[in-house]
Design a binder for this molecule. Structure first.
Ligand code: FES
Length: 163
């Protein structure tokens, strides 16, 4: 009686292997578009948009004034979120600051008595120019790119410097 070579596949084993290889190829081919769809936002740039803040003729010199602006939330959706910005006028100069603390992202507010931006979470302080002057914040308040048409202020959803 002839012995089979143990390295040779039986017809059944060969068929099973072919089915498994075919299944793996189909799974990979189907998976590529799905994985591409899932990770594509990682490579998408946040769209830069201009948003109207409003009429700033009533903003007094040296008195930071809070406005709300609707910005795109992220690259994943078309949803928007309202963010607070502080408009600071000083003579002919206008600056627009984020109200997000650079320590742990709590919302800061202008404190009239202190004449500083105060972060309620850990007592961070920023001066009227957004410079971090006390407490844990490691950086100044982010400043938005802006333009003014007449008395109407517009901002972009990006900052003047990388944060
Ligand atoms: S989050 Fe503002 S000081 Fe900590």
């Amino acid at each position: 009686m002839a012995h089979r070579d143990p390295r040779r596949l039986s017809r059944r084993q060969f068929g099973l292997l072919g089915t498994q290889v075919s299944g793996a190829v189909v799974a990979v081919l189907l998976g590529i578009p799905i994985v591409g769809f899932l990770i594509s936002p990682l490579f998408r740039q946040q769209q830069v948009v201009w948003r109207k803040v409003g009429d700033i003729s009533g903003v007094a010199d040296g008195e930071p004034t809070k406005f709300e602006v609707a910005f795109p939330q992220d690259v994943w959706t078309t949803a928007e979120e309202n963010l607070a910005v502080y408009v600071v006028k000083s003579g002919d100069n206008t600056r627009v600051f984020s109200n997000v603390c650079t320590h742990m992202q709590c919302p800061v507010r202008w404190d009239v008595a202190l004449h500083q931006f105060l972060c309620p979470c850990h007592g961070g302080l920023y001066d009227i120019n957004g410079a971090n002057v006390g407490g844990p914040p490691p950086k100044p308040l982010p400043e938005y790119v802006h333009r003014i048409d007449g008395t109407t202020l517009f901002v972009q959803n990006r900052f003047t410097e990388e944060i």
